[in-house]
Design a protein around this ligand. Structure first.
Ligand code: PLP
Length: 377
């Protein structure tokens, strides 16, 4: 699961460095007061180097990262954006906030967007698809990219759980037209709250930079108070405090993912030995292994397994218990989804999710944990 297990002296050292050398907590300006310390800028640079992209934009949350990407693509009123039924509510909130209409597509046994269900959801208003690498397992991107190219639709990868994961050797979030990351406190690396957006095409990144900063273009020829502007915007700027923490956390990303993968491997072996079916992943997947998901025979069996694990202090993650925050069919409170018939809405997805059980994976897991799972499954 996460960077929060590893908050320590490296993060403190970055914060001390910020306070001792600079004390400027705003990412822009104050050039002669900050001793050359630009933490958010440095975090963006390190992040883009790690992910092998030209540039990256740090923002205040993963939800903001999604909205900034949609805005950079000029998506809004009158447009439609497709996403998958199994995600966190934030994906749909970002679409609604952009002004576009969210269209929900079923998932398959990867628990990510089902490419075979996608074309039926596309209309002449569709401008983008937000795929989600849910719980760190890559979605089946190759067929989705083909469909998107054919229909001239943008792909945004919601990589909130997938930071550090790969598909066919490429980092998740860098394969589609845009990728968004979350650094909230439960994600693979954390800045407390925070996010990042990357784009394939630099012109969209420039639009995103302006949008996330009240339209500021940060024209090097002008002082900020006379800055040039060509669009309206909002404030989703990351502060230097978050940037400093991000620098330290990013250095831990690879070792976090490796540790999670090693622990997930042990959990998967136990699950398979007990005769359960594991969640599928596309060929070429390198998972961050935020959780290991498997299928029970029925919803009641899944709930029983959950109770049984809980009796020895092991809580499951999202599935089966917190489906209400992660399955679009439950979101009657979002009127833009137009859920008229809850029973019929993404029926296929619900049938899959109802049987699923997710075991959370941590960086630090002792032998006892594996023994308990072995006993209770
Ligand atoms: C966490 C999450 C987000 C939102 O990230 P925040 O940083 O919490 O705003 C978006 N999408 C998914 C799939 C998430 O899990």
């Amino acid at each position: 699961m996460p960077g929060f297990e590893l908050i320590g002296k490296e993060e403190k050292r970055e914060l001390d460095n910020l306070m001792d050398k600079s004390g400027i907590l705003f990412r822009h300006g104050f050039d002669n007061l900050r001793n050359g310390v630009y933490k958010t800028r440095e975090f963006e640079k390190n992040f883009s180097n790690q992910m092998n992209v030209q540039d990256a934009l740090a923002v205040t949350s993963g939800t903001a990262a999604l909205l900034v990407a949609l805005k950079a693509f000029g998506i809004g009123q009158g447009d439609e954006v497709i996403t998958q039924s199994f995600t966190f509510v934030a994906t749909v909130e970002a679409i609604v906030e952009s002004g576009a209409k969210p269209i929900i597509c079923d998932i398959d046994s990867t628990l990510n967007l089902d490419p075979d269900a996608l074309e039926a959801k596309i209309s002449n208003k569709t401008k983008a698809i937000i795929v989600v690498h849910m719980l760190g397992t890559p979605c089946n991107l190759n067929p989705i990219i083909k469909i998107a190219e054919k229909n001239k639709i943008k792909i945004i990868e919601d990589t909130a759980w997938g930071c550090g994961g790969k598909l066919n050797g490429k980092y998740l979030g860098t394969i589609g037209d845009a990728g968004t990351y979350s650094f909230d406190f439960a994600k693979t690396i954390t800045t407390g709250e925070g996010g990042m957006t990357v784009f394939k095409n630099k012109s969209y990144l420039d639009k995103a930079k302006a949008y996330h900063d009240h339209g500021h273009e940060n024209n090097p020829l002008l002082p900020r108070w006379e800055d040039s502007r060509s669009s309206s915007g909002f404030n989703y700027r990351m502060s230097e405090l978050q940037g400093a923490i991000g620098i330290a956390q990013l250095k831990k990303l690879s070792s976090i993912v490796e540790a999670q993968r090693a622990n997930a491997k042990k959990i998967k072996e136990i699950i398979v030995s007990k005769g359960y079916e594991l969640r599928k992943s596309p060929d070429g997947s390198f998972e961050t292994s935020d959780a290991v998901v498997f299928f029970a025979d029925s919803n009641s069996k899944a709930k029983k397994l959950r109770d049984s694990l809980l009796s020895v202090g092991i809580s499951t993650k999202i599935l089966p218990e917190a489906i209400s925050w992660h399955f679009a069919g439950m979101w009657n409170h979002i009127k833009e989804l137009e859920i008229d018939d809850k029973k019929e809405f993404c029926k296929k997805s619900l049938a899959i999710l109802n049987r699923a059980v997710a075991i959370p994976v941590f960086v630090k897991m002792d032998k006892d944990f594996f023994k308990k799972i072995e006993e209770k499954l």
